[in-house]
Design a binder for this molecule. Structure first.
Ligand code: FAD
Length: 800
């Protein structure tokens, strides 16, 4: 059996040892620098609040599973989970609206959550002054976890399966030979390891350095205080009975702790901690995960706490800490096998998600693929720029500062901007580009210059209101309409990673990787899928054959690219070169885009064709596809020629009313064309058959990854569908619940206004039995009727 070494016996390391043992792995060693099991890490003093609901489906699933697992570990004498419920409070109308949105997401993810009036909130937690709030969101199954007890119980089981725990043993170095982990050097000697899992909490970056892998997390200090006993709680014998509270408008959270209250604060200035500042166990009176309490940072939070709980005016707090935990640039954990074989990471994980994450990572290690899609947490999602301390520190600090803010899905980040600029970024700025960031690139969302288009479309242009109108402009709609009528130039550099794959084994490799025949003639482009071993979709790929043994492969991002690289390990003569940083890509979309065929010699007029040619001085790889029925010409060139290419295309298109257009219009056009997208409308939990991509599967070709599983896989998941809202004034945004006969049957994945239909079109994942039924979509607590069949509207003659 493989030798598995886990670094860290906090809640994450211990849960992982537990699940690996449960899955039959033997030969597991856990090495912990602190004493077992109150190790001095973050777990040792986590107050254990578990708020399960998250706008991320995956994070909600991790939390649901953690609650289930902690409840299974419960015993009457030593409860590991107290399901006392939680209330998120609102004291602004905006927050109350946001809680309604969250209640909708709860339905989508299958969590029971209800909006309460201020009085109902105070009934559940009588310490609360109801005049201070406008309402709350109540989740009955939330509660307080007791991570140290859970760790004890899990370790007991693991030990009975033969897991060895070494306390007070520090990992000092990791031996890597030929890019494969071999052993760890510790204060108690050397331990051989085929698989090394870093569960070292905020010490993770240090272990990463030993292996040569960046672990992009930022340790942050976070204030937590416990009040003196309160009269109202004088007779309490339970550790906790009252529901816990989250008051995001003042960035504070609260839990009962016997006769007092524990208060956590995100209100203070961000307090980043350098890894070099972290003390060793026993070096100071406090645990290594605790910094001295900075009184001044708690003055305003204490006033806010007294306003919400008037009883606090009679008392003070007896203890406060600045406890350390990990923050990441995108708020998601860091999981999976790194580029160094055998070096796995399970980092930046809250108690809330701990056992759920550990279960998934154990599946990943043992089965090769986890049940849940973990791509959003994959350690390989960080491109070179994102491994820079500049990026991950500043973004993590921003995340800490804004963790309780109301987040709009299109809100651009404030820190670490202008990291990756396309060669025509200056032109885009001159044209009034409004930018957001994607994969580090500055990406125009729309162009202010297109204000001039508004008057042409005044009568038909759909105006949004409220939440959907934030971080939006009517110009987006004008660009969408203009593209459908004329032609627009889109910058799609950030949309895909561009990999050049070549070598003598390229055909067998790509045939193994993809679901359709990629042995296509030179000069053709095809779309295909890559699946994992269990038949779920890893990505949709665009594959262009440039030469007998040379292909350009476009995939979604760094995670997918690293997966492709991993699959190539089994082939001898394969070279994969990531051209993304040194190249850029423009697309001309719209019925008049074929002006380029006349303007530039050799540009193809037939779809699915690809060619290398010159446009001015720019040597471009050009290919022709369709987005719905819109002609789409793509041009990839090297960065030095990008500006020249932009100018050539804009100049040549001048007499065809070419306009630059942004990502938001492109997204609307995609949705209007009912084109589903990996990571947005489906992910690796879905098979091609569930989401209607079976035309990309060629079962008659030889073996490919996932083929066997695909043939025996039982489809019982949600399926892809499209609904059209009745109310022509409405648009939804995504993640809203879909209901049929008052039951939640799925959720919206993407939505946009369709000018063909004169209505909002919503792409959704729903139970198969409702695909053709009339449904309702719930948006901010209101239900809106929607129908499946787009042909109904077309038959009614509704075109705009
Ligand atoms: P840790 O518990 O830190 O474990 C990592 C272990 O690795 C440590 O024991 C460490 O000693 C060991 N280690 C490191 N380096 C080495 C080495 N070289 N050799 C050997 N061993 C090593 N989460 C919630 O869900 N809800 C909450 O209410 C909550 N409140 C919090 C309040 C505070 C004040 C703080 C600080 C955190 C809070 N958290 C909360 C977060 C939560 O505590 C952590 O995210 C979680 O405990 C992390 O668990 P872990 O196992 O990854 O890390």
């Amino acid at each position: 059996p493989k030798k598995i070494v886990i670094i860290g016996a906090g809640v994450v390391g211990s849960s992982l040892a537990y699940f690996l043992s449960k899955m039959g792995q033997s030969n597991i060693t856990v090495i912990e620098q602190g004493p077992l099991f109150e190790t001095g890490g973050s777990t040792s003093h986590a107050p254990g609040l578990v708020f399960q609901l998250n706008f991320s489906k995956l994070m909600t699933a991790f939390a649901n599973q953690t609650v289930e697992i902690f409840q299974e570990l419960n015993s009457p004498a030593f409860p590991t989970y107290h399901p006392v419920g939680s209330i998120e409070l609102a004291n602004t109308p905006e927050r109350l609206e946001d809680l309604k949105r969250k209640a909708g997401v709860a339905k989508s993810w299958g969590v029971e959550a209800v909006i309460l009036s201020p009085e109902e909130c105070a009934e559940k937690n009588p310490l609360l002054d109801p005049t201070q709030i406008l309402g709350g969101l109540y989740v009955a199954t939330d509660g307080i976890a007791k991570p140290l007890r859970a760790v004890d119980k899990m370790a007991e089981f693991s030990k009975s399966c033969g897991v060895q725990f070494y306390g007070r043993t520090e990992v000092r170095d990791v031996k890597v030979i030929d890019n494969q982990v071999k052993a760890v050097e510790t204060t108690a000697g050397r331990f051989e390891a085929d698989i090394l899992i870093c569960c070292a909490g905020f010490w993770g970056p240090r272990i990463g350095e030993m292996v040569g892998v960046t672990i992009p997390l930022q340790p942050m200090a976070h204030q937590y205080v416990v009040t003196h006993d309160l009269q109202e709680l004088a007779n309490e014998t339970d550790e906790i009975r009252l529901p816990m509270l989250r008051h995001q408008d003042s960035a504070l959270y609260y839990r009962q702790l016997f006769n007092g209250i524990g208060i956590g604060s995100y209100q203070h200035r961000p307090l980043p901690v350098e890894v070099s500042e972290i003390t060793k166990y026993g070096e100071t009176k406090e645990m290594p995960s605790v910094k001295p309490f900075t009184q001044e940072d708690f003055e305003k939070p204490w006033q806010d706490a007294q306003a919400l709980f008037p009883t606090l005016k009679q008392t003070g707090f007896k203890k406060g800490i600045n406890g350390i935990f990990s923050f990441t640039p995108d708020g998601m954990p860091l999981l999976g096998e790194s580029k160094v074989q055998g070096f796995w990471v399970a980092e930046a994980i809250w108690v809330t998600h701990s056992a759920g994450v550990a279960k998934s990572v154990a599946e990943w290690i043992v089965n090769g693929t986890p049940t849940l899609d973990l791509e959003l947490c994959d350690i390989n999602r960080f491109d070179t720029y994102a491994q820079s301390p500049h990026y991950y520190k500043s973004r993590s600090i921003e995340n800490y500062a804004t963790v309780y803010d109301i987040h709009h899905p299109y809100e651009p980040p404030a820190s670490a901007r202008d990291m990756r600029l396309t060669p025509y970024f200056g032109r885009q700025k001159e044209l009034g580009g409004v930018f957001n960031e994607k994969s580090g690139w500055e990406q125009p969302q729309w162009f202010m210059i297109n204000q001039t288009l508004l008057s042409s479309y005044e009568k038909i242009l759909h105006h949004r209101t409220g939440w959907s109108a934030e971080h939006w402009s009517p110009i987006v709609e004008a660009e969408q309409l203009h593209t459908k009528e004329h032609t627009s130039l889109f910058d799609v550099t950030a949309e895909k990673k561009r990999l050049e794959i070549s070598g003598a084994d390229v055909i067998p490799f790509l045939q193994q990787l993809t679901t359709s025949n990629i042995d296509i003639p030179i000069g053709l482009v095809t779309k295909t899928l890559m699946l994992h071993e269990f038949g779920g979709i890893k990505d949709e790929l665009t594959v262009i054959r440039e030469a007998p043994a040379k292909f350009m492969v476009l995939c979604s991002g760094a995670t997918e690219a690293s997966w492709i690289e991993k699959q190539a390990r089994n082939f001898i003569d394969i070279q994969i070169v990531d051209l993304s940083s040194g190249t850029c890509e423009l697309q001309l979309i719209g019925p008049k885009s074929n002006f380029v065929v006349e303007a530039f010699d050799q540009v193809f007029a037939e779809p699915k064709q690809a060619k290398t040619l010159y446009i001015g001085t720019a040597k471009v790889l050009s290919y022709f596809t369709k987005l719905g029925d819109l002609e789409t010409y793509s041009f990839t060139t090297t960065s030095d020629q990008g500006l020249a290419l932009w100018d050539e295309l804009m100049n040549a298109g001048d007499s065809y009313q070419i306009a630059p257009a942004g990502k938001r219009a492109l997204e609307n056009l995609r949705i209007e064309a009912l084109s589903i997208k990996n990571g947005k409308d489906y992910w690796s939990e879905h098979s091609p058959f569930e989401i209607g991509l079976e035309e990309m599967i060629d079962l008659s070709k030889g073996d490919f990854i996932g083929k066997a599983a695909l043939m025996s896989r039982k489809e019982n998941g949600l399926v892809s569908s499209t609904f059209i809202l009745d109310d022509p004034s409405m648009v939804v945004m995504g993640y809203e619940p879909v209901l049929a006969e008052d039951q939640v049957v799925g959720f919206v994945t993407s939505a946009a206004y369709s000018y063909e239909l004169g209505r909002c079109v919503a792409l959704a994942l729903v139970k198969p039995e409702v695909v053709n039924m009339p449904v309702q979509i719930e948006y901010f607590g209101q239900r809106y009727d929607a129908v499946k069949d787009t042909s109904i509207l077309k038959a009614e003659g509704v075109t705009r």
